[in-house]
Each structure stands twice: as C-alpha cells, then as structure tokens.
Design a protein around this ligand. Structure first.
Ligand code: GDP
Length: 202
C-alpha cells in the first residue's frame, strides 16, 4: 500500500492550527502508553514518524501526516495519564471533543488499546464520541505478543462481546508492533475508509 509515503505535516496545539478541513482523515486514538505511536510507525513502515514517547501524556498535540493530496492520518493526543494536571485534562477533553464533533474530513477512528488493559473508561468515552458522529471505529488490541495466542483470542472475543452494546460499526483485531502482527488487516480497513477500491479482474 501507499502508507509508507506518509509525511509529517504539522503538530497542532489547537484545532485552529490544523491543516484545512479537506479531503479525508483517519485518526488514531489511545490511552498514553497503549502503543499508538508504535502502531502508526509500523503501519507506515517508518521508525520515527510518530514519536515513541517515554514521557507519556505531556504533549497535547494533534499530529497530521499526509498520505496523498486527499488523505491524512492524524495522531490524537494520548489520554488517561494519571499525572497530568486537571487543567490539561480539561484542555485535552475540549480539543478532542471539538475535533471529533466538528472535523468534516474525519472518516474513521482507529483506537489502540493495550491488550492487557482493554476498554478503560477513556476508551468507552471514545466509543461514545464515535457514536455521536456515527463514525466507524476499528480497535487494535496491541502488544498481543505479551499474551499467549489462546489468551489473546479470549480477550478479543470478550472485548467484541462488550462492544455489542455500541451503537456503531466496531471492528477489532489483534496487533503487535513488535512481532508485526495484523498490519495487512489494518491497511485493509484504512483502504476501505479512504475509498481505495481493490482492482477487480473480470
Ligand atoms: P503511545 O504512548 O500509545 O504512543 O505508546 P508507544 O508507542 O510510545 O509505546 C509505549 C511502550 O510500549 C513503549 O515502550 C513501546 O516500546 C511498547 N510497545 C509498543 N507496542 C508494542 C508491542 O506491540 N509489543 C510490545 N511488547 N511492546 C510494545
């Protein structure tokens, strides 16, 4: 796929600093330290496009990456880091809400969860925001290498059951940036949301 072409555009501290609201955007969300930056880097086959942070939750930026003239990926600020002061949490919530509610280019959310800690309160908040806009949601249960395959599968099925109550289309899969598991499946979801059609040979 073309995802390796991803190029950094800018980091926006506020929504007004974002690139024009045009074309299509797919945003990546996740709790700090869940493995979101590693997942993005793996999907674009670049080691350092999204920074893998050792001090999670400090920067509250929307990072924009261009795939082609009409398509972008967006790295949303990580959430749920306990040491972040209340005022920053409030800013984070406001920025996420305005981005998720108002951004017309947004066509889907990829939500990254550490397979050992799925469906936190913050994760459910994201599900609610997606329901509000009827945005499709694709969940990566990442760091799947940390569990034996059977345990990973059991978690996958449990999370799937828990999400049956959601009012939108939610899909999910196992992922590992370490073992490169699940990359093709994510690319397929991105392709579908971005409107790339597979060539049909008649
Ligand atoms: P972010 O804060 O969500 O962007 O998380 P990072 O991508 O910075 O990852 C947080 C930590 O988890 C880092 O130490 C990564 O090396 C580690 N990590 C990320 N993905 C994986 C994975 O698939 N498997 C394992 N074992 N560790 C991972």
């Amino acid at each position: 796929p073309i995802y390796h072409q991803a190029k950094f555009i800018n980091s926006a501290p506020k929504l007004k600093d974002a690139p024009p609201d045009q074309g299509m955007e797919i945003a990546f969300a996740g709790r700090s330290n869940a493995g979101k930056s590693s997942a993005i880097n793996t999907l674009v086959q670049q080691n350092a496009l999204a920074r893998v942070s050792k001090t999670p939750g400090r920067t509250q930026l929307l990072n924009f990456f261009e795939i082609d003239a009409k398509r972008k990926l967006v790295d949303l600020p990580g959430y749920g880091y306990a040491k972040v002061p209340e005022a920053i949490k409030k800013d984070w919530r406001q920025m996420m809400e305005s981005y998720l509610h108002d951004r017309q280019a947004l066509c889907g959310i990829v939500q990254v969860m550490d397979i050992r800690h799925p469906l936190t309160d913050f994760d459910w908040q994201m599900v609610e925001w997606c329901e509000h806009r009827k945005l499709p949601l694709h969940i990566l249960l990442t760091k799947s290498d940390k569990l034996k395959f059977g345990a990973a599968k059991t978690t996958l099925l449990q999370v799937q059951r828990d999400l049956n109550q959601a009012d939108i289309v939610v899909t999910l899969q196992l992922f590992s940036a370490l073992n490169k598991v699940g990359i093709d499946d994510v690319h397929q979801v991105l392709d579908e949301w971005f409107g790339f059609r597979k060539m049909v040979v008649a």
